[in-house]
Design a protein around this ligand. Structure first.
Ligand code: GLU
Length: 287
């Protein structure tokens, strides 16, 4: 088996909970099991929501659990130039366009009041606002978001792109589920989708392990990798950790943090015993 280079890439917007630890444990396991490398990356691109105290909490929690990482820790906020270069590549290929509409304006145009437009229905939003109004907004300092022109992007990528998941096999990409996805937000100049494909390439990640909730995003990531000429890693989308009621743990629901569990006297083994079993690779991956 080739050594896997995996990563755990938390956003320091709150304390880690057991769901994060399972994600870290899966990534760490496949790196160590294959004699590869495990990178810890701090996904702090949305600097409006990230806090240093949570970065320190991530280090403390991983160290406490013995989930040691290799090499230095990359921070997304140190890579803005690389994201801008990727955006520029897409601009030169004429595969992205500026969108000056706010979310609310888009929702008002595309749906009944208070509804949310289905992502797949968000297309050619530059044609929804008169050209002179776009120019006026640009001149008065409105930062446009950049959207991928999905039809054109799919046509320009090599045909029949797919991605491989070690648990569920090969998937032909269907990035049209995202419509003209936002590739760079107006406020921070980049999006998760653009940053993650650039980061995984810069970090030489060969196996992306992450929760199954992110599997749809992989369709878009694979397309971006092809458009930007980046290598395509393999994937393993694992199950999510749920609470006693079967609901997925989430920071926004104040899931109990690792620090709180530690303060209550739980030890490392007790905590790891509450997590799902690690996924097993199919035989074909082991030869
Ligand atoms: N920072 C992202 C998150 O915490 C990482 C997602 C990924 O693994 O690609 O959801």
């Amino acid at each position: 088996m080739a050594p896997f280079h995996t990563r755990f890439a938390p956003s320091p917007t709150g304390p880690l909970h057991r769901g994060h630890i399972y994600a870290a444990q899966v990534a760490h396991h496949f790196a160590r099991y294959s004699g590869g490398k495990f990178t810890l990356r701090i996904d702090d691109i949305d600097h409006t929501r990230c806090r240093d105290q949570f970065v320190n909490g991530i280090y403390d929690d991983l160290r406490w659990l013995g989930l040691t990482w290799d090499g230095s820790v990359p921070f997304q906020t140190k890579r803005l130039a690389a994201y801008q270069a990727a955006l520029k590549t897409l601009q030169k290929l004429d595969l992205v366009y500026p969108c000056f509409l706010s979310r609310k304006e888009l929702a008002d145009i595309l749906t009944a009041p208070h509804g949310h437009p289905a992502p797949a229905s968000i297309r050619d939003t530059d044609k929804l606002l008169p050209h002179n109004e776009q120019q006026r907004r640009a001149a008065t300092g409105t930062a446009a978001a950049w959207r991928l022109r999905m039809d054109k992007a799919q046509q320009s990528a090599a045909t029949r792109l797919s991605w491989h998941d070690y648990l569920t096999g090969s998937h032909r990409i269907t990035p049209e589920i995202f419509g003209d996805a936002v590739i760079a937000r107006g406020d921070i100049g980049v999006s998760y989708h653009l940053a993650v494909v650039v980061d995984d390439a810069l970090d030489h990640i060969s196996l992306v392990t992450r929760g199954i909730d992110l599997a749809p995003s992989t369709h878009l990531h694979r397309l971006l990798q092809a458009l930007l000429g980046l290598p395509a890693p393999d994937y393993l989308h694992h199950e999510l950790v749920c609470d006693a009621a079967g609901k997925r743990l989430a920071k926004r629901d104040d899931a109990e943090s690792i620090a709180q569990l530690r303060d209550k006297g739980l030890d490392q083994n007790d905590l790891l015993a509450t997590l799902p079993a690690l996924p097993a690779l199919p035989r074909s991956a082991l030869s």
